[in-house]
Every structure is written in C-alpha cells, then in structure tokens.
Write a protein that binds this ligand. Structure first.
Ligand code: PLP
Length: 399
C-alpha cells in the first residue's frame, strides 16, 4: 500500500482537521486491530456506523452472498430487496414511504426537496425552513447552510431559506412563526451529536410537533445519528411518542456500506412524482440486502433494548468514577449516545486514547463523544469505563 512520505505527499485533499497516525487492518466485534496486532476497543463505530461491531458474521455473509450474485442494477428495474427493506423501515417507524440514497446529507437534501414540493402545493414561492443553531445535517450545498457556523463558513451564499433559531427553544420557533409567513418546515436533530451530544428537554420534540401541526408545517427529524437503536429505541422520537412528517436515516443502516433513507408520511408523502428525484446507486441490491441483515439482527438479538440497558449502565459507571473529577463538567447520554464534557479543550485525549487502546472522538473541542457498538456486554462496558478513566487520568496528569 502506498502511503504519504516526506517525498511523496498525500494526494488526498486535506478536508479533516487532523488524522490520527494509525490505520487499522481488521476488525472483529468491538475490537479493531492495527498492523502490529495491537487491539483497540472501538467506542466510536466509525461515528455510529458499525453499530453491530466489525465483521459481524450475519452481515458479512449477507454482503458476500449478495455480492457474488448481484451488486447493482438500476432503479429503472424492480429491486425486491429495496421493497422489503422499505416495508420493514415503514413498519418499524410508523412512516409510510421511503426514498433510498447514499448518505445522510443526501437524505436531508431529499427532505428539503420534499418541503419545496409541499410549498408549491401551498402556493408559497419562497419557502423557508426553521433550522437550529449548532445543528449538523451534512455538507452538500443544499444542507450546509442548515449547519453550525464552522461547517457552513466560507460556502455562502446558501439556499436562501433557512431561519436559524437556538436549539431546545420552543419559544424561538413560535416567534419565528410570527415573524415569517413563508415557513414550511422545521428541521431538527433529536439529540445534537456533532456539536457535543446536546440532549433537549423532554417536551421539545412534542412541542415542535404541535407547532408544526398548528401552522401546517412539515416536521423533518434528522435521525441519521440517533436512529436505528442507538439511543435505546428504534428511533429517538419513539421515546416521546412523536411521529415526524419526514425522518432521515443513514450511517448504520447498511452496516458500513453507504446508504441513506428519507422516510415520509401523511402530507409529506407522494410529494416526489416521477422525474422529480433519483439516484444511480441509491437502494441497490447489495446495500438493501445488507440493510435487511442489519435490521433483522438488531431485532433478533434484542440490541435496541441492549443499547438502552448498556447505555444506562455506562453513564452510571462513568458518573461514579470520571464524574468525581472537578475537570468533568457533565456526563450525559441516551442509550449508547454519550457525551463527557471537560472544562477545557481536550482534543489530545484521542491520541492518549490510542495509547490505552480506546477509540472515541472529540466534539466541539471539549466533549468526548462515545458511540460504542450496540452489541456490548456488561464486561465490555466495564472495560470502556476503565480505559476512559486511564485516558482521562493521563490527560489530567493524575498519578
Ligand atoms: N445528519 C446528522 C445528524 C449527522 O450526524 C450526519 C453526519 O455525521 C449527517 C446528517 C450527514 O451524514 P453523511 O456524512 O452520511 O452525509
């Protein structure tokens, strides 16, 4: 394999702030292995993608069998696995229709296009969407304007239709309703992940649902990171018995193969008519077969419940140990989406984590974002807590 050296610089565009000096050779369950055979506990899952762990035998077999038979045809033809996966998602979520694409950003693009179609029906020619400060919905030109300052900076002008309000602030949405006549939708994450695992008030999603109903707006819920069991329900909104009009998914749906899905119901369904949207790769036989294997495994192995139980356990144990340190400002989480907030910038923790064989990511400079696989046992959870304590001790110079 060719690697960048002093004389052969990388040919990759440097879009990431930093890259840790490590490459992995294989993965098995909760573990990743480097070239020397050192193992690392994967508390990140490729940012909530490999939620069933690495090389899961059922997913691997489904992918290999399907790849040997048929990888890709075209949405010009029928794709039975796509139909079955859509039926399954609809049943689990309470939504009605699915559009498959290749990423979270694309799923949100589809959601915005649906809201534009909805606006046409209402004879609104300059539709606006309420989005949240510090939100994250992807990096394509359509959605980048809906994101936090750091993500959107430098890419102006954006779609002209985002009305930005503070997160977890229902009054701000209500006052936007008074200020703007052209709003057609609210787009929101049930928990803000990229900006540091911010969990809103329990009444937040229900409140947004009510405001949307009152004004005939679409509620677009971005469950790209929270969905598919991560927070201890199939979809985070199910903690609050809220059904959005549009729900977007991606990340873990096909076990690591690229996939996105935009689900719609009620007044948001049937907005896309033939010719209004499409994709070459989206929903091909390979990804949909993988997606079905993922959903079946989550169901069969009761992993959504496991995420809830293990999430509660990890947070409790972290609070009893790390939480005692004055430098830790907060430990929060729902299911296995967990944030540990320091009182100071802590990016260096990631390199220290490598030393101790523990993987996680730092969000918003001060928050460890922990997204372990949904398959973890209590012994794995104890190991995560133990390693995180070692990492934090070294960072904070406790001897
Ligand atoms: N929405 C949310 C909530 C996300 O966390 C992400 C990615 O982290 C996205 C959308 C974008 O997904 P993708 O990177 O697949 O485009």
């Amino acid at each position: 394999m060719t690697q960048a050296t002093a004389t052969t610089p990388s040919a990759i565009m440097p879009t990431y702030f930093f890259q840790l000096p490590i490459a992995f050779e294989k993965g098995e369950g909760i573990w990743l292995y480097d070239a020397e055979g050192k193992k690392y506990l994967d508390g990140l899952c490729g940012i909530s993608v490999t939620n069933l762990g690495h090389s899961h035998p059922v997913i691997t077999k489904a992918i290999c069998d399907q790849a040997a038979k048929l990888i890709h045809t075209s949405n010009t033809f029928q794709i039975p696995a796509q139909q079955i996966l859509a039926q399954k998602l609809v049943k689990l979520s309470g939504m009605e229709q699915v559009y498959f694409c290749n990423s979270g950003a694309e799923a949100n693009e589809a959601a915005i296009k649906i809201s534009r179609m909805f606006a046409r029906k209402k004879n609104i020619s300059n539709p606006a969407i309420v989005v949240m400060e510090n939100g994250f919905h992807g990096r394509t030109m359509g959605v980048v304007g809906a994101c936090n300052k750091r993500t959107r900076g430098g890419f102006e002008p954006f779609l002209p239709d985002f009305v930005r309000v503070p997160y977890d602030d229902l009054e701000a949405i209500k006052s936007a309703a008074h200020q703007y006549e052209n709003i057609v939708a609210v787009m929101v994450e049930p928990i803000q992940g990229e900006s540091g695992v911010h969990i809103p008030n329990e009444n937040y999603l229900k409140g947004i649902r009510e405001i949307c109903d009152q004004h005939d707006w679409l509620m677009i819920l971005d469950e790209v990171q929270t969905g598919l069991g991560r927070t201890g329900k199939w979809f985070d909104c199910q903690h609050f018995n809220v059904l959005p009009d549009i729900m977007t998914l991606a990340k873990s749906l096909a076990g690591g193969l690229p996939i996105g899905a935009c689900l719609a119901r009620g007044k948001a369904s049937n907005m896309f008519q033939p010719g209004k949207h499409g994709t070459t790769f989206g929903g091909n036989p390979l990804v949909c077969t993988a997606g079905l294997a993922v959903l079946n495994t989550l169901e069969k192995d009761n992993l959504v419940k496991n995420a809830e139980t293990m999430g509660n356990y990890v947070v409790k144990k972290l609070k009893e140990t790390l939480g005692k340190k004055s430098e830790i400002k907060d430990i929060r989480g729902r299911g296995l989406m967990i944030g540990i907030e320091f009182d100071r910038p802590c990016r260096d923790l990631m390199a220290i984590g490598l030393k101790h064989g523990m993987l996680f990511i730092i969000s918003a400079d001060k928050v460890i974002r922990l997204l372990p696989p949904l398959i973890i046992t209590q012994a794995d959870a104890d190991e995560i807590v133990k390693r995180l304590n070692l990492v934090a001790d070294e960072f904070l110079n406790v001897r």
